[in-house]
Write a protein that binds this ligand. Sequence first.
Ligand code: 2P0
Length: 324
Amino acid sequence: MLKGSAKAHTNIALIKYWGKADEDLIIPMNNSLSLTLDAFYTETTVTFSEELTTDIFYLDDVLQDEAGTTKISRFLDLVRKKADCPLFAEVKSYNHVPTAAGLASSASGLAALAAACNQALQLNLSDKDLSRLARRGSGSACRSIFPGFVEWQKGTSDETSFAEPVPSSGWEDELAMIFILINDQEKDVSSRDGMRRTVETSAFYPGWLQTTPQDLASAKIAIHAQDFNKLGAITENNALKMHGTTLAAVPPFTYWSPDSLKAMNAVKKIRATGLACYFTMDAGPNVKVLCQKKDVAKIEAELANYFEKEQLITAFSGPGITYL
Ligand code: 2P0
């Protein structure tokens, strides 16, 4: 029996990963830059055992069906090949995200699984190689190996596509992200399907690729200079551009709901009163508000004029992988 346990936190991209150059290896079309957060995380234990005749996956103590286990099993196949280990595994994951929040957990989930496998099979992977492995499970997971600001270097191959910390002199500890949880009844387009459709059909996608390297360079300059308004403006613009590409896809789609627009407008109004805050959005209707720690209480109070207090969750900079 070979057992490993690890904990990984989720990350939110300020410069988004949107589109794959290689679907199988999960090599992205552009570099991305994220902030690892403390509020949401996954704890995973993996046990490889001779007694198992198939892979088994429990999420929050609920046994998952075949469809819910496919992504995990495919990832375990990669690990088995790497470790030359023929054993099936039991995976037990606990997602520490508020129920019904609709927050993507694939970043923390696949990062925690990759690290648990690293421990169980004594792969002794460096952080860089662990990031490469997590990437094969879910692209954004490669960023959750590291704390604080992280850049995913897109690379051109399995060897050269991995995340690494962005030097920041600890500035991330002065920042915060307020999540506005928005319930949406619409059927989701998964990020995987959404980015594929966008790459293949959106007339706006070339514009995304042409301008994102400059956004990333400017974001890193802003982090170096600790210029919050500059980083916030780039973050907001980059998210809007990503979401703009989906409108020109064929067929078109959007992750925005009416309340997402309400939240974005609220952020702009709050900003107009002199409180520095900027929004970003991912492959779902929730809106995340980047702000400075010193302003959190004031911005939460302002947002409470638009949304229920229960819809607001504040996160701060979080740690990288930890082994349990
Ligand atoms: C990001 N997203 O940078 C972007 C912004 C969603 C929007 O990474 O197909 O679950 O497993 O590599 O990592 C979500 O995509 O996709 C994502 P796969 P993943 O955070």
